[in-house]
Design a protein around this ligand. Structure first.
Ligand SMILES: Cc1ncc(C[n+]2csc(CCOP(=O)(O)OP(=O)(O)O)c2C)c(N)n1
Length: 320
């Protein structure tokens, strides 16, 4: 499949916006301006971007504790996200959710989730609703390698398989569950192999190559829309930073880290864009400048927003 210039440039823009957002959050967290925990997506941008580039506003995603990239790729507004991370009343969840609980149901973002593996049954339920209502919508379910060991993963894939639900399960294999290397927590090299147990297609791709992710997701989305059921896509990738901000990641092998940094998905796509003459260095610099301005604006919005009122502490907690 030959991707158009517009598609490649649009995916580049998304990846740069995610990276810029995340590095700004890292800086603000280190400065003590962000309450709570943040788990950043730096290094994994090609996964959310390549998958979500196949989705429309009508489709759904479920996200994880490392969710900022998924939300931006699905069209979430960086201003409202930043305000939420700052715990402000103007944020996506009125400042009550923070980094790990951002949702925008209108955009099909069914929520980030602090419970590892909790998105899998939610995505499966959303897939059942899509099928039942004959909407032709699909659901992309993002989760980590660690989450593929949870019972929720196995139940979700089994049910989606027998009911032929339109769900794309996306395992973001960044090789670690916190500090636990993949070989210590599972006896298979490829999470994609687990698809065989449920009779669905499973494919492992280079998760740092946005084109490879895009193509695998395109096939899975087409299959889901046709009514042929779910797929599992494993994207092999690497988080550049610790598990959460503040984690010095002393468990990582420095040589392995250095080798993965050379496979950074953003410079890889830049090289491709320049090579294909789809962009000049000035065009790429312009994309970065726009992303920087957007994120600065988001920070200003968050910092100047009010903190939630104590009177609202119990609103939106339970359904009336
Ligand atoms: C059910 C549950 N068990 C344990 C935890 C603690 N915990 C938070 S993140 C994490 C590791 C998740 O690893 P993975 O699924 O690979 O995602 P990654 O952080 O690598 O993106 C764990 C065990 C949790 N949040 N929820």
């Amino acid at each position: 499949m030959e991707l158009t210039k517009e598609k490649l440039l649009s995916m580049y823009r998304t990846m740069v916006r995610i990276r810029t957002f995340e590095l700004k959050v890292a800086e603000l967290f280190a400065a003590g301006k962000v309450p709570g925990f943040v788990h950043l997506y730096v290094g994994e941008e090609a996964v959310a971007t390549g998958v979500c580039a196949n989705l429309t506003d009508q489709d759904y995603i479920t996200s994880t504790h490392r969710g900022h990239g998924h939300l931006i790729a699905k069209g979430g507004q960086t201003k409202l996200m930043m305000a939420e991370i700052f715990g402000r009343a103007t944020g996506y969840c009125k400042g009550k959710g923070g980094s790990m609980h951002i949702a925008d149901v209108g955009l099909g973002i069914l929520g980030a989730n602090g419970i590892v593996g909790a998105g899998q049954p939610i995505a499966t339920g959303a897939g059942l609703a899509c099928k039942y209502k004959k909407t032709n919508r699909v659901v992309a379910c993002f989760f980590g390698d660690g989450a593929s060991n949870r019972g929720t993963f196995h139940e979700a894939l089994n049910m989606a398989s027998i009911w032929k639900l339109p769900v794309i399960y996306v395992a973001e294999n960044n090789m670690y569950g916190i500090s636990n290397y993949q070989r210590n927590h599972m006896n298979v090299a490829d999470i994609a192999d687990r698809a065989a147990a449920y009779g669905i297609p499973g494919v492992a791709v280079d998760g740092n190559d946005v084109v490879a992710v895009y193509e695998a997701a395109a096939e899975a989305v087409a299959r889901a829309r046709k009514g042929d059921g779910p797929s599992l896509i494993e994207c092999k990738t690497w988080r550049h930073r610790g598990h959460f901000e503040g984690d010095p990641a002393i468990y990582k092998n420095p040589e392995e880290q250095a080798a993965w940094l050379k496979k950074d998905p953003i410079p890889r796509l830049e090289a491709k864009l320049l090579d294909l003459k789809y962009a000049t260095q000035a065009d790429l610099d312009q994309v970065q400048a726009e992303a920087t301005a957007e994120i600065e604006e988001a920070v200003k919005f968050a910092e100047s927003s009010p903190i939630p009122s104590a009177d609202d502490v119990l609103t939106d907690v339970y359904a009336d």
